[in-house]
Design a binder for this molecule. Structure first.
Ligand code: F6R
Length: 260
């Protein structure tokens, strides 16, 4: 893992955006995997700015979401399709066309069938070139919660109590309004992305980040499976990095990689 530790989330997102801009300049039709939640919002804002300045476009690309709530009203602003549409779709955003935003069908009467279809859709486009990830305070990526399979495919997952509590802020702080399950790319699906960029900010993520980078690979902290991926960049602010032991080494390696 390449680990970048930045003074602020804004500087981390500027660096992450530049990586994406460079990647898509080299291969304009690349497939982007997109996360929701609050973590990538500054990154998406950077990409919109780059689009407005003519330095970036997703006009020739497709974007696949990591997950979608099951049973949420299709017009609910927190349905992940609507969140991603508002962030990315349109000439005034990143140039991504509505038809090229692909999200799991959280309305499907048979969620497992919808999950299978989603996994197939990812494979049919040849897989995801660059996957953006956040991380839950309990160590989940997408909605692969603690104790779930490290090799799973896209599936229907029950949200952990911690995740429901964490996400209540998007639902007027009313726990009863937070959906209790989601369709999520599995860890096996995510591990097939050719490149991964994980972002984590704030002290609430420091324990999960410590396990992600320095803990043993375990279902207890699902994100730890990323230690087995050959091309992962982790972008942190100082608070998220505050529980790491080997920060001097990570900083030295990062500086070396920036000179290469
Ligand atoms: C969202 C997702 C989740 C979030 C995680 C962190 O699509 O897959 O894994 O990345 O819950 O959420 P935030 O960024 O809101 O702290």
């Amino acid at each position: 893992m390449r680990i970048g530790i930045f003074p602020t989330s804004a500087t981390a997102c500027a660096a992450g955006a530049q990586m994406i801009i460079d990647r898509f300049a080299a291969s304009p039709g690349a497939v982007l995997g997109v996360a929701t939640g609050s973590t990538p919002l500054e990154l998406y804002a950077e990409l919109r700015t780059a689009k407005a300045q003519g330095r970036f476009t997703l006009a020739h690309s497709r974007a696949f979401a990591l997950d979608e709530y099951v049973g949420i009203a299709p017009d609910h602003p927190e349905a992940y399709r609507n969140v991603l549409r508002a962030e990315l779709v349109g000439e005034d955003k990143t140039g991504l066309a509505e038809k090229d935003l692909v999200t799991p069908d959280g309305q499907h009467p048979d969620p497992e069938a919808a999950a299978k279809a989603y996994d197939t859709a990812i494979r049919e486009v040849g897989g995801i070139d660059l996957q953006i990830l956040g991380i839950g305070s309990d160590g989940h990526i997408a909605f692969n919660e603690p104790g779930s399979s490290l090799v799973s495919r896209t599936h229907h997952e029950a949200l952990a109590a911690q995740t429901i509590t964490d996400n209540a802020r998007f639902f007027g702080n009313d726990l009863s309004q937070v959906p209790t399950s989601a369709l999520t790319q599995g860890l096996g699906t995510i591990m097939e992305a050719r490149e991964i960029m994980l972002l984590a900010f704030g002290s609430g993520k420091s324990a999960a980040v410590r396990e992600l980078i320095e803990g043993p690979i375990s279902q207890r902290w699902p994100a730890t499976i990323l230690q087995m991926h050959p091309l992962v960049t982790v972008l942190l602010d100082e608070a998220a990095a505050s529980d790491l032991e080997l920060t001097d080494l990570y900083r030295a390696r990062w500086n070396l990689s920036q000179r290469a």
